[in-house]
Design a protein around this ligand. Sequence first.
Ligand code: SAM
Ligand code: SF4
Ligand code: SF4
Length: 364
Amino acid sequence: MTERVIALVDAGRHQPLPPPVPQVAGPARDRLGRVLRDLRISVTDRCNFRCVYCMPKEVFGKDYPYLAHDQLLSFEEIARLAQVFVDQGIEKIRLTGGEPLLRRNIEHLVEMLAAIKLPDGRSVELTLTTNGSLLAKKARALRDAGLHRVTVSLDALDDPTFMAMNDADFPVAKVLAGIAAADAAGLAPVKINMVVKRGVNEHSILPMARRFKGSGHVLRFIEFMDVGATNGWRMDDVIPSSEIIRLIGAQLPLEPVDRNYPGEVAERWRYRDGSGEIGVISSVTQAFCRSCTRARISTEGMLYTCLFATSGYDFRALLRGGKSDAEIRAAIAAVWAARADRYSEIRTAQTARERKIEMSYIGG
Ligand code: SAM
Ligand code: SF4
Ligand code: SF4
């Protein structure tokens, strides 16, 4: 183990719950007036990739202290917590990780979550983000279990570049097969996330745009972020979304499209010839904190109100400590009412170096 290794158990340090707040009618609002709508749940801190921007090999080596099974929330605990969040206003749930398809019987969890109804009787919107490596095998079962859509991460179309990014010798063809299987199973439209890192995969921007133009899938370019404490982020490595739009638009003319709903993170563009759309997620150059409606549950049941948090609230202790649903709901309301996060708006070279929670643990 090198001295740069940061044990997740320590990195996931928690803080006391804020004082209770009176229950209000309507959605919970934080200190900046933002409602609580989306919940991301990390179901494992493990992954079969070692993406250089997320779980670099020199840190996440074979001695890395991953969480033990009894430290993870069980499916029953996740489903119970999800139901309480839905009672508190959540309408969308995204399963993530780590690599969520590595969690054994994940389709069973999907089935449990798909049964959750919103107060008005609609089903909760249920999606999952995956690296695609196991998707060809699992897409049908996930769909049958009630999953609505998937987002697949893919950073390049040629093996040398993709393998340099995933650092696990994983070939592009298998991810493309996963995307095709998801499409065939009805998990469409598939969103495809490409993290762009200057000097590493920028030459893949146009080939990726061409490959997915007209496919019905939506390719989204993500600015490389300073998540966690281990990816060696520098502003010079970020390719601003505006540059990506200029680059693609010069070859394949684009026009802007309105967001689907307030709080949507991707800015949408469509091809002028009507052959589909792309998105850009400008977390670094155009922060969207003002409309951020997301809460995150880590693999071991800590609640984080920002991707760049330095500490969370221990909801596993509440679940395992005999608290009632009403008490857990009140705790969620108190945490959300105290929330004032807007990290991307105030990011500096200094904050980028601060010790934050790893994305593989908190969930992307
Ligand atoms: N393993 C799954 C996957 O890769 O899709 C789910 C978890 S992953 C942490 C979720 C998303 O975060 C992926 O689309 C990934 O590309 C993105 N991501 C990870 N590290 C990032 C970084 N430093 N900057 C921007 N996006 C990042
Ligand atoms: Fe694994 Fe996803 Fe992180 Fe890549 S981005 S290392 S696939 S968790
Ligand atoms: Fe939301 Fe935090 Fe990201 Fe801002 S930095 S958009 S508050 S997760």
